[in-house]
Each structure stands twice: as C-alpha cells, then as structure tokens.
Design a protein around this ligand. Structure first.
Ligand code: IPM
Ligand code: MN
Length: 353
C-alpha cells in the first residue's frame, strides 16, 4: 500500500516522541513492503511563533492531501496563565478537528497487566478493564456560539440530530467488533442537548438489536469508571463529557503515556497520543513514546492492515515485559531507558520479527 503521511510534531515533547513514531512506522512499512512518504507541517505554539497561526493554511493543505495525519501534541506554558492571549496553541488542534471534519474521537482504555500496580485503583478492580470511549469531537460547547465579556461570558452546548446520529453509529459499529455493549453517557436529567442525545439514541438503538444499549448520567459514569471499569465496553458521549471522562480513563490504566487515539470523520484521519505536550519533559529524553507508537498501530489498523498493527502491539508489550521502559514506569533497579532507547528497541524488535 502507498501511504502519504502528514507529520505534525507540535510542541513540548512532541518532536521527540514523533521521531520514534515515524521510525516505527518506517520499520513496519519496510517489513511489509508499503511505500510511505512523509510531509512535516507546523502546528501549535511552534506555528504561532513562526507564522502567527496555530494551524496555518499550508498545514491544512498538507493534511488534506495526506492519507493520514500523525500528530503528537501542542501547548506551551507561556499561554496557559494568560487568559488574554489572542491566539492559543490549542486553537490549532480545534481548527484541525473542525476543518478536517473529525467528528469521531476514538480513545481506547486498555490495561497492561505488568503496569497495573501503577494504577491508583486496586488491582482486582482494574485488571482486565478494556473499553473505548467514542467522543463527539466537532460539536457541543467547544464549537457552539460564545460570548466573552468583562463581567459575563457563556458557551452554547449546541447539538443537531445528524451530529448525534452519526457519532452513535460509529459507537455501534465499534460495539459490533467488540462485546456488543454501548453505554450512552449524557446529562438528560438537566440538559436539553442531552435530552436530544437520548431521544436520538433511543431511535438509533432499534437498528442494532444485537447490541445492548444502556444510558448513564455523566456524573454516575465518572463514578462507575472508578468503581467498576470493567462494566464498560463502548462508551459514547458529547465533546465536553468525553474530554473529561477520557482523562479519567487514561489514569486508571496506570500510565497516560500509553494511550493512543484516532480521530476520524469526513476527511483525513488523525492519529495521536491522548497525553499533552508535557513542556517540563521537553528535550530530556524521558518522555514515553509508547502512546505515539501505538497511535501508529491504530493508523495501520484504520487501513485494514491488522498484521502491521499487531506487530507494533506485540513489540510494545515485549518492551514492557523486558523492562525497557521510560522512567515513569520503570521497575526499581532496572537499567535506565530514555525515549530514544525505547523507540530503538521497538524498531529492532520489528526488524527481527
Ligand atoms: C484533548 C485535549 C484538547 C481538548 C485540548 C488541548 C484543546 O484536552 O484532546 O483531550 O480539550 O479536546
Ligand atoms: Mn482532554
């Protein structure tokens, strides 16, 4: 297969983990005889500094023309504590989602047995937890009308029926590949937008009688994820709730540095780690490259290249089992490995496989 990849490394640890993601992508492509070409493009704080725009037109074109985007992370502390900043790196990410029509964000929450002791939850609660959150990504409060005055401000949580319907269908399609259980998460006891979600879901569910559907208020879902994460198979929810719940999901597995994601929709799909740009870790060769590398696995799988994805997942599991780990998940007394060393170990594993 020929694959054109737009590479958006962004800010903070982004460029370092991206280097490893690209190395793994190339190693797998070589092994399986795929022809991959890369085009790097600017985004985030980096792009603001260079051209004054966190998602420049040139970057949009590079994404449009690619088969897939491999994205790392954006963000810079110099913007975080300045609510008056006119442009912010995060706007680049939101612009990318909107302009590429990436309405479905797929965030798997998977546990690795050898890292369960890192979870803040008890072993017996979290062992075997395996679910995915399908987060609506181009609607809701993130993109609804806003007003920002000196003494008053508001955001609008707007949703239309087609927006809700299409994301629900994505959830049902995933459920059919998994344990056939969808949980629709909303706040229908309070919010009008949530009542629309529930109404539409009650209709759409009839088309998927082979899938069990249940409804859960978001506050209850936040609790259930901690009490009994194994309850969930496919969770589907609106943009803001999905943002919050997926951070919660990522930490129950033991390391945020291990979770990849895919954003798909109308145009080129984007694959990215769910963690942020971790500016404090920049340039220190300590960032965990595994979420970026697993995002590459999701990229191959998106194109139906299951064996390629499998090989990456096996390599990642093998690296963990061999204690080739970055500092935040390192076993006491084991040798120290950095971002580059973990990436190189995985590339070597793939070449030898
Ligand atoms: C995420 C991030 C983004 C979001 C930020 C950086 C705009 O937190 O991808 O979850 O809120 O969607
Ligand atoms: Mn988030």
């Amino acid at each position: 297969m020929k694959l054109k990849i737009a590479v958006l490394a962004g800010d903070g640890i982004g460029p370092e983990i991206m280097e490893q993601g690209v190395a793994v992508l190339s190693a797998v492509a070589e092994k399986f005889g795929h022809e991959v070409s890369y085009k790097e493009a600017l985004c985030g704080a980096h792009a603001i500094d260079e051209v004054g725009d966190p998602f420049p037109e040139e970057t949009y074109q590079a994404c449009k023309e690619a088969d897939a985007v491999l994205f790392a992370s954006v963000g810079d502390p110099k913007f975080d504590n300045d609510p008056t900043a006119k442009v912010r790196p995060e706007q680049g990410l939101l612009a990318m989602r909107k302009r590429l029509g990436l309405y479905a964000n797929i965030r798997p929450v998977e546990t690795f047995d050898c890292l369960i002791h890192k979870s803040p939850l008890k072993d017996e609660l979290v062992r075997g937890a395996d679910f995915i959150c399908i987060r609506e990504l181009t609607g809701g409060m993130y993109f609804g009308q806003k007003q920002e005055g000196t003494d008053e401000a508001w955001d609008t949580n707007y949703y239309s029926r087609p927006e809700v319907e299409r994301i629900l269908r994505v959830a049902y399609q995933y459920a059919r590949q998994r344990r056939r259980h969808v949980t629709v998460v909303d706040k229908a006891n309070v919010l009008a937008s949530s009542r629309l979600w529930r109404k539409v879901a009650q209709e759409v569910m009839l088309e998927y009688p082979d899938v069990q559907t249940d409804f859960m208020y978001v506050d209850n879902a936040a609790m259930r994820m901690i009490q009994d994460p194994r309850f969930f198979d496919v969770m589907v929810t609106e943009n803001t709730f999905g943002d919050i719940l997926t951070d919660e999901g990522s930490c129950i597995t033991g390391s945020m540095g291990l979770l990849p994601s895919a954003s798909t929709g109308e145009s080129t799909p984007v694959f990215e780690p769910i963690h942020g740009s971790w500016p404090q870790g920049k340039g220190l060769n300590i960032a965990n490259p595994l979420a970026q590398i697993l995002s590459v696995a999701m990229l191959f799988e998106y194109f139906g290249l299951q064996a390629e994805g499998r090989l990456i997942r096996d390599a990642v599991s093998a690296s963990l089992a061999a204690n080739v780990r970055t500092p935040e998940i390192q076993v006491e007394g084991a040798p120290r490995y950095g971002t580059r060393e973990v990436g190189q170990w995985i590339v070597d594993y793939i070449r030898k496989a």
